[in-house]
Ligand binder design. Structure first.
Ligand code: PEP
Ligand code: MG
Length: 883
């Protein structure tokens, strides 16, 4: 088989689309040659050879030898030189290049082919002995560390000693003679360390380097990098061998890197840096300060060092021309490497350039407007999750970070404020106009008020779907959850981090995008939602099929979600509406009531509050669909947790603390998430569901009257497993609708549907759909109940599962398509079998996750519903999955 592909001289055996076989670098070198661009001739050894090398116990197949000779002869023919021939010197570079860019891989070996004889030839060829010996010593250094596995420090030491002895500070002060002496010392050192001489045979050097590149595929750095970036081992790496060109042949030579557009702002202007008389490694090493390529960039940077444009105008013009051609050819912003050898430009690499979220938007929109790509392509060019960076204030990337701890990046954005340890403190201080960060071990529904007024939330326990994380995302507040190494002592009001103690009022910053907790205030950048962002969103909306709704219950969230383009509410969690002021008191009265009569009396107090909540939501949503879910959590969530709170609440309510304690104990459950919650509450206490239904219908009638058009509310029953459970609750809801119609003399149209969040519901969806008019997949609970993993406790061990390669993604963040997804697919299919026009949506956290959204498109859901700040992400992801 064919292991080697040549390129050079305006032709190539491979092309850009051969990336899997030739690696990114090799495929693009071939493509550039075919485009007629100046690329030093060379060849690529395929990724298949890499796999074969490992399969054969790190050995090369016999026929490879002949292919390698032929390829070397090809380079010789194009350059008019011969590898290993001191009379007609050909030196090569050897570089790795896998399918995905992998900075953890082997470094480059340059100047390969130099030895004691050829270095003399290089000196006379170039007319520069100093350059020749400097190149040789660099080669010995690089080869010894990359291929022979010696520590490069040992060479640095020799060099430093020599400089000290000779009284020189800089490498550039050393003469050809000096370098020759140092080379002698280097070779002695190699002999001493390896008990064999530095290889003089160029072919042996080449075989060694090729083997080292392949071996580097399995080095620790590469293995870890692959694991972190989901790169399969089976991809292998390619090896690129290329005729050397020298950027260090004096003042008319240079080497540099550039982007065809600015990678941080997206501005359509060539942007890059170079060094005169240098080899590639010098630019990266950062010892010398690089110069700007264009005059405009030089002026903008206020640099007094000459630009390439001024210094080498001919090479600059060719480079500008080539970079334009490459961008037009690849139809994307390119990241380029080049070398200028005695005034002649050579291209060494091109690839799509990495860029910030902001630059990605600008580049995509500009390119669509320039006609280089279509609007749909522009939509597909943006990583939906990267929008998160744009919707919130973020930490200025140039800011100093004093990190005191790290947790999960539970809700994006950054926030600074004074530490508070309770909801009450948060309210107190924020009403005095101070900005606070609420710091808790974990949060509960009682903390909602405090979370609302805080700038951000930090918890030391809990995962990505913990209460703090879900509620914070819903509110669009930055949140870092599960920062396990931080110690919160709420009683004494301290936060311990890295041996430092922080108290109430001390300033911290949290970065919900990275999970970092920082000491003090940090400079921020503000979001920008018009312009390019708006353009991409508009094009996404033209392309998508699924609707995007939001999970919201507060007016602020609902309004914000509308401003982000939400097309209705997919989940209003009514339990979140029972914690404010008077409501929690009435709620507790209801829970403490001994008789249905007393319960109804307490519920009657809650009715007007619920009604006005719903009315306002209907008004904000102005005729868009609104799904209201009946009370879901176990009732004890509304009761005080600690003895102190209990005493306080008992006094406020005018009941004995004994009674309150008894009731709290009676409501205690071993496993509340699998306990008396969801529709089970409505089965036990139908009057709660009836009150909520009444509030919904009365609000719908009133909103309809005000708006002069019918409002069609959707009432959703949670945690249904049995059709009869659903029917039991629906009958009550229908009866309430009937009474409200009679009382008001208005007709009410409404839908009653269910959450599908238990495996049994998915399996029996055809039966449930006989009475349920819509389904909303509650994939938080469905994941919890399918895996049998508590969503509140998962964080502590899921990460271990990821590290050990048992699962790739946290299933509470990105839908487990093979398992939980299968249940969603089944539920959707079965639902449609019974009721072909059944409305299908998703309202678990997955409704805002791009990969999960793609799956929702595939199974034909009608909409996804997610927290307000995820709405733009979902709009974009829904568009991409429809394109
Ligand atoms: C769900 O379970 O997916 C859901 C949306 O409900 P909650 O998160 O309120 O349990
Ligand atoms: Mg649920």
């Amino acid at each position: 088989s064919k292991w080697v592909y040549t390129f050079g001289d305006n032709a190539a055996e491979g092309r850009a689309s051969d990336r899997n076989l030739l690696g990114g670098k090799g495929a693009n070198l071939a493509e550039m040659c075919s485009l007629g661009l100046p690329v030093p001739p060379g060849f690529t050894i395929t990724t298949e050879m890499c796999n074969r090398y490992y399969a054969d116990g790190r050995r090369f197949p016999e026929e490879f030898d002949a292919q390698l000779d032929a390829a070397l002869a090809y380079i010789g023919k194009v350059t008019g030189r011969r590898f290993g021939d001191p009379e007609n010197l050909l030196l090569v570079s050897v570089r790795s290049g896998s399918r995905a860019s992998m900075p953890g891989m082997m470094d480059t070996v340059l100047n390969l082919g130099l030895n004691d004889k050829t270095v003399v030839a290089l000196a006379s060829d170039s007319g520069d002995a100093r350059f020749a010996y400097d190149s040789y010593r660099r080669f010995i250094q690089m080869y010894s560390s990359v291929v022979l596995g010696l520590d490069h420090e040992i060479f640095e030491e020799i060099l430093e000693d020599a400089k000290a002895r000779l009284g020189h500070d800089l490498d550039t002060d050393l003469s050809a003679e000096d370098w020759r002496d140092i080379i002698g010392l280097y070779k002695e050192k190699v002999q001493e360390e390896l008990e064999s001489p530095f290889p003089q045979d160029p072919r042996e050097q080449l075989w060694g380097a090729i083997g080292a590149v392949f071996s580097s595929w399995m080095n620790q750095r590469a293995i870890i990098y692959r694991r972190l970036h989901d790169i399969p081992e089976s991809w292998g790496t390619a090896v690129n061998v290329q005729a050397m060109v020298f950027g260090n042949m004096g003042e008319t030579s240079a080497t540099g890197v550039a982007f065809t557009r600015n990678p941080s702002t997206g501005e359509n202007a060539l942007y890059g840096e170079f060094l005169v008389n240098a080899q590639g490694e010098d630019v990266v090493a950062g010892i010398r300060t690089p110069q700007n390529i264009t005059e405009a960039a030089r002026i903008a940077a206020g640099s007094d060092k000459s630009s390439l444009e001024k210094l080498m105008p001919d090479a600059f013009r060719s480079f500008v021309d080539i970079s334009q051609r490459l961008e037009n050819h690849y139809r994307d912003m390119q990241d380029l490497e080049f070398t200028i050898e005695r005034g002649k430009l050579w291209m060494l690499q091109t690839r799509s350039g990495k860029r910030t979220a902001k630059a990605a938007l600008k580049i995509a929109v500009d390119m669509a407007q320039e006609g280089l790509i279509t609007k749909q392509e522009a939509v597909c060019r943006i990583d939906p999750l990267s929008l998160d960076q744009l919707l919130h204030p973020t930490i200025d990337p140039t800011a100093q970070r004093n990190v005191i701890g790290t947790g999960l990046p539970a809700s994006p954005g950054a926030a600074t404020g004074e530490i508070v340890f309770s909801s009450e403190e948060a309210e107190e201080m924020s009403s005095a106009g101070r900005k606070v960060i609420l710091v808790r071990v974990e949060t509960s529904p009682e903390d909602i008020q405090g979370m609302h007024v805080a700038q951000g939330i930090l918890t030391t326990r809990g995962g990505m779907t913990s209460h703090a994380a879900v509620v914070a995302r819903g509110m669009g507040k930055p949140c870092v959850s599960g920062a396990g190494l931080l110690r919160v002592d709420c009683r004494n009001g301290t936060l311990m981090a890295l041996g430092q103690t922080f108290r109430k009022g001390d300033i911290i910053t949290i970065d919900g995008g990275s999970g970092q907790v920082l000491k003090g205030a940090v400079p921020m950048l503000q979001p920008e939602l018009s312009g390019d962002f708006a353009a991409i969103m508009e094009w996404a909306d033209e392309a998508r099929r699924m609707k995007v709704r939001t999970n919201a219950e507060t007016l602020a969230d609902a309004r914000m979600a509308r401003s982000f383009g939400a097309e209705g509410i997919g989940l209003c969690r009514t339990e979140h509406m029972f914690f404010d002021g008077q409501r929690i008191v009435s709620m507790r009265e209801m829970i403490l009531a001994d008789t249905e009569k007393d319960r109804r009396a307490a519920l009657a107090k809650l009715l007007p509050m619920q009604r006005s909540d719903f009315l306002e939501l209907f008004e904000i949503m102005a005729g868009l669909p609104v799904t209201i879910r009946l009370l879901d959590p176990p009732l004890h969530e509304f009761l005080p947790k600690t003895e102190e709170e209990l005493e306080e609440v008992a006094e406020d309510m005018g009941v004995s603390s004994e009674k309150l304690r008894q009731r709290t104990e009676a409501l205690h459950e071993f496993n509340p998430m699998l306990g008396h919650r969801g529709c089970r509450l409505a089965v036990t206490y139908p009057e709660i569901a009836e009150m909520q239904a009444r509030a919904v219908f009365e609000a719908a009638v009133e909103a309809g009257r005000k708006a002069g058009k019918l409002i069609v509310p959707e009432i959703m029953v949670p945690l249904v497993g049995l059709r009869r459970e659903f029917d039991f609750v629906k009958t009550r809801i229908d009866a309430v609708a009937q009474s409200v119609m009679e009382e008001t003399g208005m007709t009410i149209e409404y839908l009653v549907g269910t959450m599908i969040e238990l495996p049994r519901a998915a399996i029996r969806a055809d039966h449930i759909a006989e009475s349920a008019e819509f389904f909303s997949f509650g994939t938080n609970d469905l994941t919890q109940t399918t895996f049998g993993i508590s969503r509140d406790d998962a964080a502590s061990f899921i990460e271990n599962y990821q590290k050990k390669g048992i699962i790739e993604q946290d299933p509470f963040v990105s839908l487990d398509i093979e398992g939980v997804g299968e249940l969603v697919r089944l539920g959707a299919q079965k639902g449609k079998t019974t009721r072909p026009d059944i409305k299908l949506g998703i309202c678990g956290e997955h409704g805002g996750d791009p990969a999960s959204i793609c799956f929702c498109e595939e199974v034909g859901l009608d909409y996804v519903s997610c927290s307000p700040f995820r709405v733009p992400i979902a709009r974009l992801a829904a568009a991409q999955s429809a394109i």
